[in-house]
Design a binder for this molecule. Structure first.
Ligand SMILES: [Cu+2]
Length: 213
């Protein structure tokens, strides 16, 4: 679909007179508008039309989408909201669609300890859709997760004595809750830090950032 737009833009460049005036060439439904602005914003079906078409059409070409994918790996690529934090505690949810309801947790620096409660709001049993919350540095996440999976369900998918684990809840199934409290000082060196679910296959989707600030 981008080629026709590009051609259209090119056509506009070639015939500035046609594009510059207020003739709604493509827009049969537009109400008559006295607006002096280039009236191309209303009928435009794609972002390619939003920049000033006359000057930029040639240089912008097709790469208009925002560069969200270039964000650092630790960023909240999920687009999920931040957790609600109150009294040095937060409650987050996991569901049967293998998702947390938040993408980040901001721990107030005034807290000496912090508590995370996980409510599994789904219905599936722990063996099929277990969830937990594990905190580690971002760089340790993959190793903690891999070793946790190797440790198995009986170990709640956390390797016993794993010193890379800053905090971890138990694994819970649908309708269950669990929580963990940990010293905030553990998050104040060597970050960035992440939280994730160590159930096999879940960390790819169930992860977020946790930071003190
Ligand atoms: Cu999970």
């Amino acid at each position: 679909m981008k080629t026709p737009i590009a051609l259209l833009a090119a056509a506009c460049v070639l015939s500035l007179a046609a594009c510059g005036n207020n003739e709604p060439a493509m827009d049969s439904t537009a109400t008559p508008s006295p607006s002096p602005a280039p009236a191309s914003t209303e009928p435009a079906p794609t972002p390619a039309e939003t920049p000033p078409a006359a000057t930029d059409a040639g240089t912008y070409g097709s790469d208009m989408p925002p560069a969200a994918s270039d964000a650092p790996a630790a960023a909240d690529t999920s687009g999920k909201p931040a957790a609600m934090v109150e009294n040095c505690k937060t409650t987050i949810e996991g569901n049967d669609a293998m998702q947390y309801n938040v993408g980040s947790i901001a721990v107030p620096s005034s807290c000496s300890e912090f508590t995370i409660t996980l409510n599994h709001v789904g219905k599936l049993p722990i063996a099929a859709m277990g969830h937990n919350v594990v905190i580690s540095s971002q760089s340790d996440m993959q190793g903690v997760n891999a070793d946790g999976i190797a440790a198995g369900a009986g170990a709640h998918y956390i390797k016993a004595g794993d010193t890379r684990v800053i905090a971890a809840t138990e694994m819970v199934g649908g309708g269950q809750s669990t929580s963990v409290t940990f010293p905030v000082a553990k998050l104040q060196s060597g970050g960035p830090y992440v939280f994730f679910c160590s159930f096999p296959g879940h960390a790819a989707m169930m992860k977020g950032t946790i930071s003190v600030g």
